[in-house]
Ligand binder design. Structure first.
Ligand SMILES: [Cu+2]
Length: 176
């Protein structure tokens, strides 16, 4: 009865094009996830209970005060606090302290660039930058934003007066 019955080889190319368009729409909608779209499929329990962090073993548990040594061993960076806490999707402000290695004296005159990266997806998000130290060795990093839930690697590149650049990497899974 309908046009479905009339499909012949000549219509295949347009079907192909349509499939591609559907795929593009599906990929595009990934970016909608952080906006918190409720799932339409209320009957699908596995979808409702899905947490991107449930089986994530690369991430570390956030704890205020957690310390990472620089990969070059020139300094330590303590993550004193994040807003919101624990870190999650959206704008994220970090308070960090830079000290000499092994929890030594605080280091002033540093600037910090924070870069988020989702290795599973091959994308990042808005970077963060520090303001000058309000207290000795302590810096507020703002501008960082996580555009979606999942596993993120956040690199803090630290430039201090009189030191080579060093960096630390924090690994967090954001539940969204
Ligand atoms: Cu992503």
């Amino acid at each position: 009865m309908g046009p479905v019955e009339n499909i012949d080889a000549g219509q295949l190319p347009s079907t192909h094009r349509m499939r591609r368009r559907v795929l593009a729409l599906a990929l595009g909608s990934i970016w909608m996830l952080p906006l918190g779209c409720p799932t339409d499929d209320a009957d699908d329990d596995s979808q409702e209970n899905f947490s991107p962090c449930e089986f994530e073993d690369r991430s570390e548990a956030y704890e205020a005060g957690m310390v990472h040594p620089g990969t070059e061993g020139l300094l330590d960076v303590a993550l004193l606090g994040v807003t919101p806490s624990p870190p999650d999707v959206g704008d994220s402000e970090w308070l960090v302290e830079v000290t000499e290695p092994g929890g030594g004296a605080p280091i002033s005159d540093c600037s910090i660039i924070a870069t988020g990266w989702m290795p599973d997806h091959g994308h990042g998000g808005p970077e963060g930058a520090s303001t000058p130290a309000a207290e000795t060795g302590q810096y507020t990093v703002s501008g960082l934003s996580f555009v979606m839930s999942g596993y993120w690697e956040i690199t803090l590149a630290v430039d201090c007066l009189g030191l080579e650049q060093d960096q630390v990497v924090f690994r967090f899974c954001l539940p969204g």
